[in-house]
Ligand binder design. Structure first.
Ligand SMILES: [Zn+2]
Length: 84
C-alpha cells in the first residue's frame, strides 16, 4: 500500500531499518518518522543522506541545521587553533 517505489530510489531504500534496532516503537521499525519534525509520513516522503523527511521544508531545514553545525564546529577548531 505505502510501499510504492520512488523513481529515484535505489536498491538501498529499505536497508536502514536493520541499522536502527532501538527505534522499534509500537508502529514497528519499518515505519519511520520525519527526521526533522518527528511526524509520520504522509503521501510525500523525501530522502536525503540516509534520513527521511515528511516535506521539502523539513528537508531544507535539516540541511541548514547540518550546515550550521559544521560551521560551528569549524569555528571551534579555529578558536582552539588560535589559542595555540
Ligand atoms: Zn517533517
Amino acid at each position: 500500500m505505502n510501499d510504492y517505489n520512488h523513481p529515484r530510489s535505489g536498491p538501498e531504500a529499505d536497508n536502514h531499518a536493520a541499522t536502527a534496532p532501538r527505534e522499534a516503537g509500537p508502529v514497528g521499525p519499518r515505519r519511520k518518522r520525519c527526521a526533522q519534525c518527528g511526524k509520520p509520513f504522509g503521501l510525500v516522503r523525501r530522502r536525503r543522506a540516509g534520513m527521511q523527511f515528511c516535506s521539502n521544508a523539513c528537508l531544507t531545514e535539516q540541511a541548514q541545521g547540518a550546515h550550521r553545525a559544521v560551521r560551528e564546529k569549524a569555528r571551534w577548531f579555529e578558536f582552539l587553533n588560535a589559542r595555540g
